[in-house]
Design a protein around this ligand. Sequence first.
Ligand code: AVJ
Length: 325
Amino acid sequence: MLKQEIEDGQASLADPAFRADVLNGLALRPRAIPARWFYDRRGSELFEDITALPEYYPTRTETAILRRIGSDLAEAVGPARAVIEFGSGSSVKTPLLLGAIDPAAYVPVDISGDFLRESAARIAAQFPGVAVVPVEGDFTRPLRLPRGVAAIPKLGFFPGSTIGNLLAAPAVDLLRSMRESLGEGALLLIGIDRVKSLDVLVPAYDDAAGVTAAFNLNLLARINRELAGTIPIDAFVHRARWNDDGARIEMHLEATRDVEFTVDGRPFSIPAGETIHTENSHKYGPRDARLLLRGGGWTPLHEWTDPDDHFALILAEAQAERRAP
Ligand code: AVJ
């Protein structure tokens, strides 16, 4: 075995949270596994490929908005902030933000240590005047920020509509925990995807080249590899559907025939036509998005969208703690 395989395999075999989420998720009805497990190395690469697809408008649209609003943003945010990026991944949008606002520090936060260190080094080289302090960790938990940025006013950066993966209650919890981590006087710049025509929405999650299908199916390959699974991957197909009641795109893996397999020695069977629900991607109208932020302890200050109103970047400030209306 290659050194990388041994390290990847062993590190992940030891990940009890993945094991628990998969074993519990396959036993649930409907079956469901949290979307966060898509992002092993292969999954992260496939997601990068998704962001370049002609059908996948969010990344391109958000990047174009960021490019356009640089001076507005600089004025609204002011200089010398510490930018805390949640789930920084490969940090492609980061230079656009840092280049616009003249920050004092940049703190990327990500669970994937490899990606984190690579992109932190790239940003540090590109912005020699900015202190770069990567934090490896799960941003869904309250963070302990590096001591060096404690006294600097914060700007949280949460692009990509990642918030859309969460149901309303956990989304509000996450926003509140960010409010807690970033402290009094903080700002948050968050990307939120809009509700729009299904002719645009559905192909974005079911592209002609099949990259999103590969991304979805990679979860089964990861289970087989890291949890000693025997899932017949060729018996599953990618499905993307709009759930109007939930205002979300759902991704599922649908069994095309009756299948039986084991994961970590436990037996499972899935009848033909049943699915494993693998992702929610919630979409928000303008008022929905602002209400979500208020619910999470953030007051919207500015909002920028593209000409088609397909995607929004919202700047919000930490609400002062108050109980009275
Ligand atoms: C990274 C959660 C924003 O929901 O659009 C892309 C993930 N899934 N294609 C999204 C994703 C399928 C993406 N987020």
